[in-house]
Ligand binder design. Structure first.
Ligand code: GDP
Ligand code: MG
Length: 153
């Protein structure tokens, strides 16, 4: 846990189609986290099968891969203190009907199969996912004195 912890956040195809990219980015920016990588892409099924490898035996796996490869996603890396855990709190529960109002899924989604946003669930998986989605040179390691002084004590 440090100010340089990083997590992988992605706006899923439904979030992009519904015009929620800006709102999702704004929540992380306004919280005080630092955006260090961002790109829009349409992911291949093969790439998504690796990303979701832990779920390959689930009955919903084929439909999950279909959904996630159906259109563009916005892939991001956010940095800050405890950002992996806080990102999960900001997303809400996997099932939007169980997500508290005020969370991204709790405010913008209804069904698990259209829950608009991905967030890494642990520091280890975040590091694996960041390396899977971004080349080293796509991640921007820049100083942010304002955040350092005014978000952190
Ligand atoms: P997450 O970490 O909260 O995204 O949840 P998981 O890692 O358990 O699942 C990954 C993604 O698979 C979820 O965000 C959903 O898009 C999808 N998913 C998980 N469980 C179900 C399910 O029971 N039904 C359907 N249709 N999709 C699911
Ligand atoms: Mg997950």
């Amino acid at each position: 846990m440090s100010n340089t912890e990083r997590t992988f956040i992605a706006v899923k195809p439904d979030g992009v189609h519904r015009g929620l990219v800006g709102k999702i980015i704004a929540r992380f920016e306004e919280r005080g986290f630092k955006l260090v990588a961002l790109k829009q892409l349409t992911a291949s099924k093969a790439h998504l099968e690796v990303h979701y490898q832990d779920l390959k035996d689930k009955p919903f796996f084929p439909s999950l891969i279909e959904y996630m490869s159906s259109g563009p996603i916005v892939a991001m890396v956010w940095q800050g203190l405890d950002v992996v855990k806080q990102g999960r709190v900001m997303l809400g529960a996997t099932n939007p009907l169980a997500s508290a109002p005020g969370t991204i899924r709790g405010d913008f989604a209804i069904q698990t199969g259209r829950n608009i946003c991905h967030g890494s669930d642990a520091v280890d998986s975040a590091n694996r996912e960041i390396a899977h989605w971004f080349k080293q040179e796509e991640i921007n390691d820049y100083a942010s004195p304002f955040i350092n002084s005014w978000v952190y004590e």
